[in-house]
Unconditional design. Sequence first.
Length: 424
Amino acid sequence: MTPDPTVLAGPALWPAQAHVPSVLGRQIVIERGQGSYIWTADGRKLFDATAGLWHANIGHSRPELARAAADQMTRLETYHIFGRFANDQALALAERLAAMSPIPDPKIILNSGGSDAIDVACKLARRHWQREGRTTKTTILSREFAYHGLHAFGTSIGGLDFNREGYGTESLVPETARIPLHDLDTTAAIIAEIGADNIGALVTEPVQGTGGVNPPKEGYLTRLAKLCQDNDILLILDEVITGFGRTGTMFAAERFGVAPDLLTFAKGVTSGYAPLGGVLVSPRIWQPFYVDSDTTPVFRHGATYAGHATAAAVAMANLDILEREGLVERAGQLEIQLETALQDIARRRDSVREVRVCGFLGGIALTDRYDAVAVTDTLIGRGFVVRPLRGNTLQLSPPFITTDDELALLVAAIDDTLADLEGR
Ligand code: PLP
């Protein structure tokens, strides 16, 4: 089929995760941001109720972060951390992350984002079992509707099927399998069927994000962790969204009382001011690679920008702000306000099937008669950026600096929009 010439004449930038002909000609081009607001190229001011892609936790365009980047770049943009080399910023950030880690005495692997972090965590889990001589423990389990980024491992373990399709095999990386969203009995049965001897790790988001904002049921994560422990399966907690305060504790692992073997992070570590992610690694996994012996194995992983000095300096400045302004506690307060307001809407509006809130992170699931995509477009037209997720759900994850008044305006805009749709 010959593509439409107007589509062919579109911008050179290939939009991510987009049905291209549907977005061309109606792209929302963002030129500027400040605090919880962004401005479009055609001059509209929008409240950023998603914090971009759940990243802008401290708000947009803060000069302190720009100064941290400029100071670092004019001293040293970066230096790699391969072999004997390191740079002072990567070392300092790793110390700071180790001190705040929910995994005791961890080592820190740094890289460029969440998909990167997932690739490393899955690779390291498999490397762990090969080194242990338990060579059949290769399968990686993940949950239905999970999103773990779109690199090769993330694509393969994704629980949103459309992200896995079209590559010729069920899983780009062989040996992955899905478990249900909540059902632990079925999960135990799947483990028994595949055989614990064939399973290396289980990956889960503490609160599923892109899959529709799905918080864990009461006790789910601790029981899942126990199931992993009983079967000698490594637990990888993907805290790319929840890390650095989104659920009202620095990491969701603390809120839910779970101690994973590996923990992935990204977004909130720099609030998006520099591309950075990484993995917290527990002693059980790192110690054998640190033994003082000629036969000690090497973990063959790394990238030019692993431990990027400017990204690390920016992360330090971001963590300073998070701590100085008490933003993790603030996210906890905002959770209560968000939950109260959304439950109130749910009680009054037939268009709402369910609201799910965990931390300053909410999902509003609409009934089938209403369309989250259309509601999103209407809300953007009214000056509020929300996002449609799986399950006809609206995503709400504003920056932690959101004021009470701003939250009230957001909730009122959602309520008005649903009222208009319901015709009352
Ligand atoms: N893991 C989770 C839970 C995510 O939500 C995301 C991105 O939204 C990723 C991994 C991938 O992160 P990135 O887009 O930085 O590669």
